[in-house]
Write a protein that binds this ligand. Structure first.
Ligand SMILES: Cc1ncc(COP(=O)(O)O)c(C=O)c1O
Length: 437
């Protein structure tokens, strides 16, 4: 049954000699079976041995249309013939900025190159706007690799987080200055009372509340009814900037992202993934009032590659397609079919489980049957069983992240036949795991 991965392993051995752990992002390390993919096409990726996988990782979310989507590739190819960066404004930046403003309802935009950069700049803007320094985030939410927010993220072990009533801020690894922890408060997601109590006690120092509207790094745990509106209300009442981190949800769960999906308004929102179908373009979008603080001699923002031509050309094509066709609805329909199928397979196998999240980026837990409300709840599920089933499914030609925290992402080019094939692979994987135990 196991697929041959000779060439993939050879390449990975070479990679290990150059890169720590053989990867350029810690999240890509899978031990000896670390992947080397050589190409993607539609909803598929191919490893160095030409094994084909139906791809539900989609590079952790950005590929909204499909790998190598022709209209995007063509626009990028045309645009880069005339150069890639100019240290000046390019017309494509303007078109894409206008599109993002129209689609998100936030009128002022600045670009960045990655989600990490976008959230880092959003924090600076919020701090400058409020004249305050502390930020509230939620346990299990991940906002990128900078020191400000790499605290109690989705890799934090349960045992280190302390009591739910008085959570301990845990740095996600060494090298993060301890003093940064004084600038961040971590609270459990969906806990109305704790958030309100904390804001009331400390609002004079709180610049921003940053939230992943769907916990896109913790199995797509959903905000309970009114949670995002509760954050909005507290921000309004206490002069705090509400930052909705739409890096995963933006241009994926609705054209207007979580703001549209949940009917909530951000002061600042950050985007980086589906905006350009996998090319590097990120954005900070905000209200006139908050964004007007950015500028020379006022609040620093910029970068050599910000607004680069490949990224903006890709975004121009991607957002045009999203605006003109019902891409998100079409993905949702196939996502629902996949969710229903997985749900049925797990039920038939007698495995307790809970399905979560919007169909374009859903997650699920096994071993418990109540949907988690926060990261701590997630960790009470059976992480090993989830992983074993996924590893068996990968051998059968469909790939999702073996870590339950990462949602399953769908793209426009996943077909109904792909969904059927995936469900067969998952059902066989469940059987194989049950037989082995
Ligand atoms: C919600 C969220 N914010 C920020 C980031 C960081 O984005 P990037 O990897 O582009 O730096 C991620 C990455 O997965 C994310 O999921």
């Amino acid at each position: 049954m196991a697929r041959t991965r000779t060439r993939t392993r050879e390449l990975y051995q070479r990679a290990q000699k150059i890169f720590p752990y053989g990867v350029n992002s810690n999240f890509r390390y899978w031990g000896e079976d670390t992947n080397v993919f050589v190409r993607g096409e539609k909803g598929y990726i191919f490893d160095a041995d030409e094994n084909r996988y139906i791809d539900y990782r989609l590079a952790f979310g950005p590929v909204i249309l499909g790998h190598g989507y022709p209209a995007v590739v063509e626009r990028v190819t045309q645009a880069i013939k005339d150069g890639g960066v100019f240290a000046a404004t390019h017309p494509l930046e303007i078109t894409v900025g206008e599109r993002i403003a129209r689609m998100t309802g936030l009128p002022k935009i600045r670009f960045a190159n990655s989600g990490t950069e976008a959230t880092m700049h959003a924090l600076r803007i919020a701090r400058a706007y409020t004249g305050r320094e502390v930020v509230i985030k939620f346990e299990g939410c991940y906002h990128g690799f900078h020191d400000y927010l790499l605290w109690s993220t989705a890799t934090t072990p349960r045992g280190s987080m302390g009591s739910r009533r008085s959570p301990i801020n845990v740095p996600s690894g060494s090298g993060i200055p301890r003093v940064m922890g004084d600038l961040v408060i971590n609270l459990p997601f969906n806990d109305f009372e704790m958030l309100e109590r904390t804001v009331k006690a400390r609002w004079g120092n709180i610049a921003a509340i940053i939230v992943e509207p769907v916990m896109g790094n913790s199995a797509s745990v959903m905000p309970v009814e009114g949670w995002l509106q509760h954050i909005r209300r507290l921000c309004d009442e206490y002069g705090i900037v509400m930052i909705i981190d739409e890096v995963k949800t933006g241009f994926r769960i609705a054209n207007g992202g979580a703001q549209e999906y949940f009917g909530v308004r951000a002061d600042l929102a950050t985007y980086a993934k589906s905006v350009a179908n996998g090319f590097p373009l990120a954005a900070i979008a905000g209200t006139e009032a908050v964004m007007s603080i950015v500028g020379p001699g006022s609040v620093a923002h910029g970068g050599t590659y910000v607004g680069n031509v490949p990224g903006t050309a890709a975004a121009d094509a991607t957002l045009e397609i999203l605006e003109e066709q019902d891409i998100i609805g079409s993905i949702a329909r196939r996502g629902q079919k996949l969710i229903a199928g997985l749900d049925r397979i797990l039920t038939d196998a007698g495995i307790p489980h809970a399905m979560m999240g919007p169909p374009q980026m859903f997650g699920f837990v096994v071993g418990i049957d109540t949907p988690p409300r926060d990261y701590r709840d997630c960790l009470t599920s059976d992480l090993e069983l989830y992983e074993h089933i996924i590893l068996e499914m990968i051998e059968r030609g469909a790939i999702a992240e073996p870590d339950f925290r990462e949602p399953w992402f769908l793209c426009y080019e996943h077909s109904d036949a792909d969904i059927d094939e995936t469900l067969n692979a998952y059902a066989d994987a469940v059987k194989a795991v049950k037989q082995a135990h």
